[in-house]
Design a protein around this ligand. Structure first.
Ligand code: PFF
Length: 448
């Protein structure tokens, strides 16, 4: 199966940082804490943790394993595990490629905003107030330009391929992200008011538990681990055969969950610090103000009250967001790029520009029709495509893929795998439990 001159990650750590880089993104640092804050804090945290390990982790193993076995782009990899259902494999691969491109098209817009908030305070500190206001305001031109800048960064990294582009930049950026993050958490936790946020985040109030909360936590787990749209499959295809897949997947899931957890330690206390400083965080009806507003207005307002330190902390925070977004966006772009390079036998450097350009055009279309398209693309890609494709991949791995081949693939890098507890549970689990749990994502709101 394996193609000997195919690109590979140069080390296991490099792979883990790249895969964790894909998983850790706006979903962790912005999506998770805001969802936790609006869904009762600790209760959401616990449900989310259960969802990650009960549902998302086994699927991550499935997606990575299919990718590594195929050692090719997602379309070929899916066909290789289901050779008799070629049409199904191609359809899922193409849907994954479209899903990853769709996610990138809205992700680049949001990442662009963060980029604006990164540069804005620096410009206003040197007296360029109106340029700063333009970057932080909401206009068609500003959205287009910032999205374009972010897409350009993504294209530049992916252009250089796996080891020199994706792995090199993920390995540089992820440690920076961890360090920045810890500094910010420590700073925030020492501020007055922080303890209220900490209590909300860590002390469960079970009255907040509901079926909707389970559904949201499940969706968040999918998005956060980048499951269903072939990003993990394509990264798996660049992974060396000596890596132990269940262990590697567990490390990626732990890093991703760890970052989401720490992001909660930062954002929830920061909200209350901001409130102590006179910033409104709840609306008149007593509900937390909207997710978008939380990061883009509450946090800068908190940074403003900190004087000069606030500028540094603000720049650090938005730099963190851009770094996290970039290590995720490169994994999204890699899906269509790997398919086009290998299927159409084209040169990576050319393909990246064409595909990156096409996705940027689609992003521009969203920007021009913001009110109708932005929410729609997010809903279609993350609430429908990710779970449905994730479910189909679980069904392919569990029901269609030859069991001996699965065992053989998983035993590489872990010779005693056949005797492990993981192998006793996982196949049946992916065949039956995962599909049932995932079907609930869709059925629960309908029967409620
Ligand atoms: N996991 C990323 C985040 O949490 O921001 C988002 C993401 C990346 C989703 C890659 C899907 C994907 F294929």
């Amino acid at each position: 199966m394996a193609n000997s001159n195919r690109a590979q990650f140069s080390s296991r750590l490099g792979f883990i940082l790249a895969a964790a880089g894909s998983a850790v993104g706006l979903g962790n640092i912005w999506g998770f804490p805001t969802q936790a804050a609006s869904n009762g804090g600790a209760v959401f945290l616990i449900t989310y943790l259960v969802m990650v390990f009960v549902l998302a982790y086994p699927l991550l193993v499935a997606e990575l394993t299919i990718g590594r076995y195929g050692a090719s782009n997602p379309i070929r990899s899916l066909i290789s595990v289901a050779p008799k259902q070629k049409a199904l494999g191609s359809a899922v691969g193409i849907a994954g490629l479209l899903g990853a491109s769709g996610i990138l098209s809205f992700y680049a817009i949001v990442a662009g905003w963060f980029f604006g908030f990164l540069i804005g305070p620096v410009l206003s500190a040197i007296g360029l107030e109106s340029a700063a206001a333009w970057l932080e305001g909401f206009s068609l031109e500003r959205n287009l330009i910032l999205m374009g800048v972010f897409m350009l960064l993504t294209i530049m990294v992916v252009k250089n391929g796996v080891a020199d582009g994706i792995e090199k930049w993920s390995s540089r950026l992820m440690p920076v992200l961890f360090v920045l993050f810890i500094v910010m958490v420590v700073y925030t936790l020492t501020q007055p008011g922080a303890i209220d946020g900490l209590k909300m985040y860590l002390v469960p109030d079970t009255s907040h538990f509901s079926p909707d909360l389970m559904v949201s936590a499940m969706g968040q787990a999918f998005f956060s681990l980048s499951i269903g749209v072939c990003t993990m499959m394509v990264y798996g295809s660049y992974l060396r055969k000596d890596a132990n897949l269940p262990k590697t997947a567990a490390q990626v899931a732990l890093v991703d969950t760890g970052v989401a957890f720490v992001a909660g330690l930062l954002i929830l206390p920061a909200m209350f610090v901001a409130q102590k400083n006179g910033v409104q965080i709840y609306n008149d009806a007593g509900a937390l103000i909207d997710g978008d507003t939380l990061v883009f207005s509450v946090l800068p307002a908190m940074f403003d009250t900190m004087g000069f330190a606030g500028i540094i902390i603000g720049v650090a925070f938005f730099a963190l967001m851009v770094i996290a977004a970039l290590t995720s966006s490169i994994s999204m772009l890699e899906v269509p790029v790997s398919c086009a390079c290998e299927e159409l036998k084209k040169d990576r450097k050319t393909v990246v520009w064409w595909i990156g350009g096409a996705i940027s055009l689609f992003s521009a279309l969203i920007i021009f029709n913001f009110n109708t398209m932005f929410g729609l693309v997010i809903t279609v890609t993350t609430e429908y495509m990710q779970p449905i494709l994730g479910l189909i991949m679980a069904l392919i791995a569990g029901w269609i893929w030859n069991r001996n081949q699965v065992l053989e693939e998983l035993s590489q890098g872990y010779p005693e795998f056949g005797q492990s507890k993981f192998w006793k549970v996982w196949p049946a689990y992916v065949r039956i439990v995962c599909p049932i749990l995932m079907a609930m994502v869709f059925l629960w709101p309908m029967i409620k």
